[in-house]
Design a protein. Structure first.
Length: 369
């Protein structure tokens, strides 16, 4: 095992980035060939949320050979525009989504992924939020001009709550802390629905993007209103535009194994009045386990929410889905969700976790898929 002080975190070369994908293919291919898997990732690099240096691959490698393809582990980051409310002001700040943390089998159980994630803070966070670099880790990893300035970073854990929490920027600080991993799920098998009236219109991909853009100032207003009830506690959030929510759809569109299950509409919207809509993506565990997963939802009242969900349920059933799922449904709708057969509970995977660099206490709003 290589000592931690002899390792550091580096922005991956093109060869290292490709090698990291070849490694993860062994466990994450989900029916794709290696060529399809690599082609999908190249296509994802060119999506709105990734272009302009926002998508980066990082590797933990020996200081003596930082460009080796025999690195210890790798991860990916997506730079995002976040919202941060503090001291009575809403700001747009740099934030990061972390993904694809992977260590090959032969290098596991040596603490490499843990150390990589600890070092990641030192290249993502705004330097004004960082403390003294731990001497036992050697020297800080090299910062690069296309990363840094981060106020917060998030990831979605499939390895429980504790692993990433232990990955702090120092041995004594916490890393990513899981926040509200709550799903509401409806089984559509016995659910009664009616075809929605003309007051609802189906949205294609471009129309969904328009709805997200319309939603941004409304979400910003919601953040301000909520923050003013929190007695000075900061609030952070992501917006669905700039390719953030679209990424969830594109993963399916660019995955040949999911093409038989794709839908024509990616959302539904009230045809008139104030903005009320939902957008979604698809999850297919098997041909008999298809879920329509909501990525954003807005309604103006409980009654309108009920009608909106009826439209979603109808569309899902018409297209052969077995379940509908949403994350962190606003509390005002939970009773109506229960009446309609929805089960709200903490889910065991895809746990949203937050590292807040600008302080200790923070609320995370709009914590959706």
């Amino acid at each position: 095992m290589t000592a931690y002080k002899d390792l550091s975190l580096y922005l991956a070369t093109r060869e290292q980035a490709i090698e990291s994908r070849k490694r993860s293919f062994q466990e994450w291919a989900n029916g794709l060939t290696l060529e399809q898997y690599l082609a999908r990732d190249v296509a994802l690099e060119n999506q709105e949320n990734a272009v302009g240096g926002r998508f980066l691959t990082w590797v933990l490698a020996p200081r003596s050979d930082p460009e080796t393809v025999d690195f210890m582990c790798a991860c990916e980051t997506y730079g995002r525009s976040g919202r941060y409310f503090v001291d009575g002001e809403l700001k747009t700040v740099t934030a990061y989504g972390v993904a694809s943390v992977f260590t090959p089998e032969e290098k596991r159980r040596k603490g490499y992924a843990n150390h990589m994630m600890r070092l990641l803070h030192w290249v993502l966070a705004d330097e004004k939020f960082l403390k003294s670099f731990p001497a036992e880790w050697g020297t800080p990893p090299p910062r690069v001009p296309i990363a840094g300035c981060g106020y917060f970073a998030t990831l979605w854990s499939d390895v429980g709550k504790e692993f990433y929490k232990a990955c702090g920027d120092t041995p004594s600080t916490e890393g990513w802390v899981v926040r509200d991993p709550i799903s509401t799920i409806w089984d559509l098998g016995s659910l009664q629905t009616t075809q929605p009236t003309a007051e609802w219109q189906w949205l294609d991909k471009n129309e969904v993007k328009d709805a997200w853009r319309q939603d941004v100032p409304l979400m910003e207003r919601d953040i301000v209103d909520f923050a003013r009830t929190r007695q000075g506690k900061p609030v952070v959030a992501y917006m669905p535009d700039e390719g953030v929510a679209e990424f969830q759809q594109n993963r399916g569109l660019l995955n040949p194994s999911l093409h038989p299950y794709l839908v024509k509409s990616w959302g539904v919207k009230a045809a008139s009045g104030d903005l009320a809509y939902a957008s979604w993506t698809i999850q297919v565990a098997s041909p008999t386990a298809k879920t329509l997963l909501l990525t954003r939802l807005r309604a103006q009242s409980v009654i309108q929410y009920k009608n909106l969900m009826n439209a979603i349920f109808w569309y899902a059933k018409e297209n052969g889905f077995h379940k509908v799922e949403t994350w962190n449904l606003p509390s005002i709708y939970l009773e109506e969700a229960r009446v309609a057969g929805g089960i709200t509970a903490e889910r065991p995977k895809h746990l949203p976790a937050l590292k807040f660099y600008a302080g200790d206490e923070v609320d995370w709003m709009c914590n959706e898929k």
